[in-house]
Design a protein around this ligand. Structure first.
Ligand code: NDP
Length: 244
């Protein structure tokens, strides 16, 4: 990594689920982790407490990734305090499933704004800071739905496919700047996001016969954020129990 104090990381949507596991994993590797979240103060604090209890370092950073200005302000504040951001994990995301014919414009917009425009809002100011330091690791959490499409998720699948396209294009722009840009595409992972779904039915579609854990996704993310992954860029790694 770039300096003796260890890397500075920002993980969006780290109050719960996959983001929480990623934040814990990066802290374990020695990063100072900024735990972004939207509304869930208690859960964000719980993520931070768990990191500190394990001997790690971090801070909570509440901002709405759909808001271009507050995202830029939050990134600026981190860079001002720590001098840099070495690792960005674009993890925050939502789903709001409907059959396409019944999907009102606001349901389309809300999901695309969060899952895809959120990437723009956070990544752009971070990249500008990374370019100055000539170092960076950017990993975005896409989805198997972005690769295969999923009925009832035209908005979600489109946003995740867009995220994959953005990842590949940005990787090409950043190749010579020593900044890698990759995506991880999970299958079905045991988090709040699966609330209300028929888990047995989902498991019957997975060759591994079970849901994945947030930690299993975090291992892949942790590797892509490490120095060992220095020649991996523009790639999408599936963590899906063999589903696709
Ligand atoms: P959760 O629903 O468990 O957590 C979502 C996180 O995103 C929360 O921390 C939430 O904050 C945050 N968030 C939501 N909207 C915003 C916003 N506007 N600004 C800032 N933070 C926001 O999700 P998962 O852990 O399951 O999913 C994480 C990522 O992985 C998502 O991108 C998702 O699409 C993707 N994924 C998940 C899969 C799964 O099976 N679980 C499968 C494939 C991909 P708060 O707590 O404050 O609400």
């Amino acid at each position: 990594m770039t300096n003796k104090e260890g890397p500075v990381a920002l993980v969006t949507g780290a109050s719960r689920g996959i983001g929480r596991a990623v934040a814990a994993r990066l802290a374990e590797e020695g990063a100072f982790v900024f735990i972004n979240y939207f509304s869930n103060d208690d859960q964000a604090k719980a993520t931070l407490e768990a990191i500190r209890a394990a001997g790690g370092k971090g801070e909570c950073a509440r901002f709405d990734i759909t808001d271009t200005e507050s995202s830029a302000e939050a990134v600026k504040a981190i860079v001002k305090a720590h001098g840099r951001i070495d690792i960005l994990v674009n993890n925050a995301g939502i789903r709001e499933d409907r059959l396409f014919a019944l999907m009102k414009p606001e349901v389309w917009t809300k999901v695309v704004d969060t899952n895809l425009s959120g990437f723009y809002n956070v990544t752009r100011p971070v990249v500008r800071a990374m370019v100055k330091k000539k170092y960076g690791r950017i990993v975005s959490i896409a989805s198997a739905s972005g690769l295969t499409g999923n009925a009832g998720q035209v908005n979600y699948s489109a946003s995740k496919a867009g995220l994959i396209g953005a990842t590949k294009a940005l990787a090409r722009e950043m190749g010579k700047a020593n900044i890698t840009v990759n995506a991880v595409a999970p299958g079905f992972i045991q988090t709040d996001m699966l609330d209300g779904l028929d888990i047995e039915q989902l498991e019957s579609t997975i060759p591994a016969g079970r849901l994945g854990t947030p930690e299993e996704v975090a291992h892949a993310v942790g590797f892509l954020c490490s120095d060992q992954a220095s020649y991996i860029t523009g790639q999408v790694i599936g963590v899906n129990g063999g589903m696709i």
